[in-house]
Design a protein around this ligand. Structure first.
Ligand SMILES: Cc1ncc(COP(=O)(O)O)c(C=O)c1O
Length: 458
């Protein structure tokens, strides 16, 4: 991540062994720097920036590096491994397809594709009637944008305006980056889409639960002042289910006001469920926290249990807007990913991952509350639902808040815990949902120790 370079030089750190961790070499492990250098020679540098650990094996909630050091994973590879790394049901399902063999069908159909889509639609439940499968999350957010605009043309809106939120993020392809507010990231595009509008995010420190509706109305007024006709110029809203870097959820009343507005104007409400979907927040889908049902949503990451699977799920009327062939992709609904996706849904059901995540989320919140009480000068707050949480740091002594977040992340790594380094004042915590309570308690203890050691050196 920009702004902090983790040292790739092996450093002597205390060795340790618990049921869940093993650190027996220098960290990064010897040999790491050589592999990073090889990658630097052959791969775009845009792929660099995370912890200097070469993953050799990942199983359940453990990650092993090339020297056999064992880490508790609190990243789920950025919320992919919801059902655990190397899940056996997923591996078996993929192996069966490989053994057939049936590797690709594209526009020609397969039975596993029918099986998966039936199960996916049943899992999503009404009003969602159809889905369209893709590979990357950013393709799914692009397809969502396309569907919103196609719907608005169908119903005769004058302009295809999409309203998104400042600070939200939707991927790295052109439409996705246009919906993102980050100016630096989208500078390469060279022009603004005049019909993508950004409104402010109701950050929890600015807008309380009962102010959500008023806040939304103030944002509508701001749009009107910019010349947007609310009746004719808006095709729909695209909301990241929570704002990523801080796991920041909206006030329920804000989202409900958007839903009322979209229904009144017969326009669409879409969510980007990339990080929030498939049980991560203690609900099947994160939008359920707001007690609204969108018209369509984009998902990916945890959907495939580690294979490249993403998709858009929505009301049938919307999903059938594109003509035959106008919304498809060579690797859409590939047999391997359908087999994996089906296994993911079975795992979620069999292990009651929705209710278990809700329960474990409460435990995580209690543990983070203890940390917050212990370090009032270091920690600003924590946010999240289920097994996605952020810890937000404060400036302290000679450290800025984002330096502190980076230093704590690095210290945790040296002690056998991987957290999500955001490059900002937060660290994000998102273990595989199958993590044990005991491992979770141990992980938060490591964060505690790391903060403590950093302060002691001040
Ligand atoms: C909220 C959100 N939307 C979209 C994306 C893009 O997904 P992908 O990286 O699979 O293209 C991401 C990825 O991190 C994301 O977090």
């Amino acid at each position: 991540m920009a702004g902090y370079n983790f040292s790739r030089e092996p450093k002597v750190v205390p060795t340790l062994e618990t049921k869940y961790r093993k650190i027996s070499t220098q960290i990064p492990a010897p040999g790491t720097k050589e592999i990073i250098s090889r990658l630097e020679k052959t791969e775009s540098r845009s792929m660099q920036g995370q912890f200097p650990i070469i993953w050799n094996k990942a199983e359940d909630f453990s990650v092993y590096d090339i020297a056999g050091n064992k880490f508790i994973d609190f990243t789920s590879t950025i919320f992919v491994a919801n059902i655990g790394h190397g899940n056996k049901r997923v591996s078996k399902a993929i192996t069966e397809v490989l053994d057939k063999p049936l590797l690709s069908t594209y526009a020609y159909m397969s039975e596993i594709r029918a099986n998966y889509l039936e199960k996916l639609i049943e899992f999503a439940g009404p009003p969602f009637g159809k889905a369209f499968l893709l590979s990357a999350g950013t393709e799914a957010t692009e397809a969502t944008l396309k569907l919103i605009r196609m719907y608005s043309q169908k119903i005769g809106k004058k302009k295809p305006g999409i309203v998104t939120l400042n600070g939200n993020w939707h991927g790295r392809t052109m439409g996705a980056q246009m919906m993102t507010s980050n100016e630096a990231q989208k500078a390469w595009i060279g022009y603004e889409d005049p019909h993508i509008h950004h409104i402010d995010f109701p950050y929890p420190w600015d807008v309380t639960e009962d102010q959500g509706e008023n806040f939304f109305n103030s944002q509508l007024e701001a749009l009107k002042k910019k010349g947007v006709n609310l009746e004719t110029d808006i095709a729909g809203f695209m909301l990241e289910t929570f704002q990523g870097w801080g796991a920041l959820f909206y006030p329920k009343s804000f989202v409900q006001a958007i839903r009322v507005f979209t229904e009144k104007h017969n326009i669409l409400l879409a969510f980007d469920e990339m990080q929030a979907g498939f049980a991560r927040t203690g609900k099947k889908f994160g939008f359920e926290h707001y007690e609204v049902s969108p018209d369509l949503f984009a998902c990916g990451k945890g959907m495939g249990g580690g294979v490249p699977l993403s998709g858009v799920i929505g009301r049938s009327e919307i999903m059938d807007l594109p003509e035959v062939g106008n919304m498809s992709s060579t690797h859409s609904a590939n047999p391997l990913v359908c087999a994996a996706g089906l296994a993911v849904l079975e795992e979620i059901e069999i292990n009651n991952l929705v209710s278990e995540t809700e329960r474990k989320g409460k435990l995580l919140k209690n543990l983070l509350l203890d940390l917050l009480n212990k370090y009032p000068l270091i920690l600003n707050n924590f946010y999240g639902e289920g097994l996605i949480a952020s810890l937000i740091f404060k400036d302290h002594s000679k450290h800025t808040k984002s330096e502190l977040a980076s230093q704590v992340s690095e210290k945790c790594m040296q002690k056998g815990l991987l957290v999500v380094h955001t490059g900002r004042e937060s660290i994000k915590l998102g273990p595989p949902l199958i993590i044990t309570d005991e491992a979770m308690i141990e992980a938060v203890q490591i964060i505690d120790e790391s903060i403590n050691e950093i302060i002691l050196h001040d």
